[in-house]
Design a binder for this molecule. Structure first.
Ligand code: MOS
Length: 765
């Protein structure tokens, strides 16, 4: 095939579909059977011939220096094939941390251990138990250092410095528009409050880790990741390998939530152990290790001052936030002020965000980084302001709908569904009636009803390039979809196959999908930032469109008509105006000879001078037991303006999952560090770290999509959903608890202990 036959169609040349026959339907996952039956081979299921097992010795202290390591006994243990430390040849490499990476120098095996769980040495052995026994036999002499586990104490003068230069991660970030002093002077009501959210731990079902195998100079890694290309480049950088010598495969991913956007130290350790032993090495962390080492939503302190006129117009917002990235720079404050800047119309805004080091595992992006925390403050403040001026919380928000993105120099959004989210959500939920009924039913019972709501938007403007996709149509009318994107459990494979089906009329069961393999699929950025659908679907559509154009040209030769007169429908190419003149794909002579048509599609840029933004609002009803402090979530309704709904079923799954995670932030989840004696994490397992279970999540959950046409955002018309679906949840719950009890819960989680304390102190006060 000549190069000229590869057509690239930037998505900009295609307009979103007007009518669809496949896209939008509630279709089950194309790989649903494999996933639920256990047939799917996740990277952690992978077993290779001759494979051995790795395990990592981790620092048991919150802060310590490694003085001496003695591996002699471990090396002699049964089944042990390799023991490595920072002194082992090839293992003394640097480890690059994320933003601002280059300011902190650290090693793969860093002798200055700044958090509990930091990597000290590693073992490979014939069985996992032998590897763990050998890890325990390594003798390490530590000099234990004073630690700081509480971010509120990290900048006190007596706090131990975790890095040279102190415990601030770079300079505070500031933003300002207008004049806040003037804004407050023009307000009828000014309120000020401090808020805090606890640290949450990523808890994907599948553990972090990989299987590493060398073939001569080439390394192959099987890893559950959001981005195979990001892991590939991370490994190549640390080990000094050409990208072409590193192949990363991640066909299935057992959840991620932002914790798998880049390479981990375990990738390098597994590669080094495999190299040293000449055997494939499987290295997966335990749950305890993932809780210590692979990320968290950092704890956060926020202060918000807000001014409003009696007529409900916001006049000023002043906000400062402090996040704690942990022991290494990890972007703990990313996104932490975005909602204050951009969610509501307000001429005078000032924000400041500070990121601090503490002796704890480094943060990583966690579903909508910064936004649920910021919503916790802003959306509770909006609730309080509404009450103070005697206005309904929904009405109050409707008065402050932003006309454009103020934080980006007043550029318009491609579509702004915030009003519809609020209005249609309130109507569908029965907001007014529910608030009324809750107020009437309160009486003297110790079980109190409350109804609350909150809104949000997501900072990431949908997808952006690069993303390249190849679609092949075989001579029998079946197809192959080849894309680099990971399906992190959200249904990416299903949605993309639906795009192919829409464009080519090939049924889903005749589409073979190849994805997330740096060796065989095209480059794309990681599946994150809720941009997978808006990034990939235009590229998939462009590739399928290219296939269709080529197919029509081939059929035109057989039918002796111009391709522009032809259409592809139901597996046949026919003349638009003459239903008798048509032929099956399988009968097109040129295709029969060639065997396959290949289309390449790539993602065009987002529109200029317009911003793509998803909006959301959520409404909920709770019952609070005033004697025990228990909160029972009775129902939730989530509205989302995410543009086109690509698949109604996967859409609902995202909304229900987002609400479930937000319930965790609001009510149960909190990493607990022993701040007094050891600095160690005391709840590093599923028993003590409380994730919401099905008993904590209401059966009555409703997803109400606000499906606005957005022809400007991209050729799919979809803006992204995964993160917007969790942003307002916790704040909506806090507002419902306030509605029920009259107590403003400014600190998460609102667990029975905290709630009882707050109720008791109100009684005393
Ligand atoms: Mo997300 S926190 O960008 O996976």
């Amino acid at each position: 095939m000549s190069a000229a036959e590869y057509r690239e169609e930037p998505s900009k040349s295609l307009k979103p579909w007007k009518e669809t026959s496949v896209v939008g339907k509630p279709l089950p996952r194309v790989d649903g059977y494999e996933r639920v039956s256990g047939a799917a081979v996740y990277p952690s299921d992978n077993v290779l011939p001759d494979m051995i097992y790795g395990a990592v010795l981790r620092c048991p202290h919150a802060h310590a220096l490694v003085k001496r390591i003695d591996t002699r006994e471990a090396e002699k243990m049964p089944g042990v094939r390799a023991v490595i430390t920072g002194k082992t040849a090839g293992a003394g490499v640097d480890w690059p941390y994320a933003t601002p990476a280059k300011t902190v120098k650290t090693k793969l095996f860093e002798p200055h251990c700044r958090h509990e769980g930091e990597e000290v040495a590693a073992v490979a052995a014939e069985t996992p138990y032998q590897a763990w026994d050998a890890v325990k036999a390594i003798k390490v002499e530590y000099e234990v250092l004073p630690f700081v586990a509480d971010h509120k104490k990290a900048v006190e003068p007596q706090a131990p410095a975790i890095h040279q230069g102190g415990n601030r991660v770079g300079k505070a970030q500031t933003y300002a528009r207008g004049d806040v002093a003037k804004g407050f002077a023009g307000a009828d009501v000014v309120l000020e409050e401090t808020y805090s959210t606890a640290c949450e731990l990523h808890t994907p079902m599948e553990l972090h880790g990989c299987v590493a195998k060398w073939d001569g100079p080439r390394l192959t890694l099987w890893e559950p990741t959001q981005g195979v290309f990001a892991v590939q480049s991370g490994i190549a950088e640390v080990l000094g390998l050409p990208l072409a010598n590193v192949r990363v495969i991640g066909h299935y991913v057992g959840g991620a939530f932002g914790s798998r956007l880049r390479a981990g130290k375990y990738n390098i350790i597994a590669a080094l152990l495999a190299k040293k032993t000449g055997r494939p090495v499987k290295l997966f962390l335990t749950r305890e290790e993932t809780y210590l080492c692979v990320g968290n939503r950092p704890p956060c302190q926020m202060k918000l001052k807000a001014g409003v006129r009696k007529d409900g117009i916001l006049t000023a917002l002043e906000y400062s936030a402090l996040g704690a990235s942990g022991a290494y720079p990890a972007g703990g404050t990313g996104g932490l002020d975005w909602l204050v800047r951009d969610l509501y119309a307000c001429p005078n805004v000032r924000t400041e965000t500070t990121d601090l080091y503490i002796n704890a595992g480094p943060a990583r992006p966690f579903r909508a980084p910064g936004h649920p925390q910021c919503a916790w403050a802003l959306e509770q403040m909006m609730d309080a302001l509404a009450e103070t001026i005697g206005m309904d919380p929904v009405e109050f928000r409707l008065k402050n709908i932003p006309p454009y993105s103020q934080a980006r120099g007043n550029i318009p959004y491609t579509s702004t569904g915030l009003r519809q989210c609020l209005e249609e959500g309130a109507r569908a939920f029965g907001w007014k009636e529910a608030r009324q009924k809750a107020a009437e039913s309160r009486g003297s019972s110790h079980i109190r009803r409350g109804v609350g709501m909150a809104a949000g938007l997501w900072v990431v403007g949908g997808g952006r390039p690069p993303a390249t996709v190849v679609v092949k149509l075989f001579a029998d009318g079946s197809a192959n979809l080849n894309m680099g994107a990971s399906d992190i459990g959200t249904g990416t494979k299903t949605v993309m196959a639906m795009v192919v089906a829409e464009e080519l009329g090939v049924p889903l069961e005749k589409i073979q999908i190849e994805n997330a393999d740096t060796g065989t699929t095209q480059f794309t950025t990681p599946s994150g930032g809720s941009k997978t659908v808006p990034s990939e679907s235009p590229a998939v559509r462009a590739a399928a469109f290219s296939v269709k154009q080529q197919l029509l040209a081939m059929a035109g030769k057989d039918l002796k008509v111009s391709p522009s007169e032809l259409e592809l429908k139901g597996g046949s190419v026919g003349v638009k105006d003459d239903p008798r003149k048509k032929m099956k794909i399988a009968d097109i002579s040129e295709l029969k000879g060639r065997g396959v048509v290949l289309g390449v599609g790539s993602r065009g840029p987002n529109p200029e001078n317009q911003w793509v933004t998803p909006f959301s609002a959520q409404f909920c009803e709770v019952e609070v037991n005033m004697k025990t402090g228990e909160v029972k979530v009775l129902r939730f309704l989530g509205t989302n303006d995410s543009g086109r709904v690509m698949n109604r079923m996967t859409f609902e799954c995202q909304v229900f999952g987002g609400i479930t995670m937000g319930i965790g932030l609001a009510l149960t989840e909190s990493r607990v560090l022993d701040g007094n004696q050891t600095g160690k994490m005391v709840n590093r397992n599923w028993h003590d770290y409380k994730l919401p279970t099905c008993l904590d999540v209401p059966a009555d959950m409703v997803s109400l999509p606000i499906e606005l046409d957005d022809p400007a955002c991209n050729s799919a018309g979809a803006k992204g959903l995964g993160e917007p679906a969790t942003i307002p949840t916790a704040a909506a719950l806090a507002n419902a608890v306030y509605n029920a009890t009259g107590v403003r819960m400014t600190s998460s989680p609102m667990d029975p202990l905290q709630l009882c304390q707050a109720l008791a102190s109100r009684k005393e006060g």
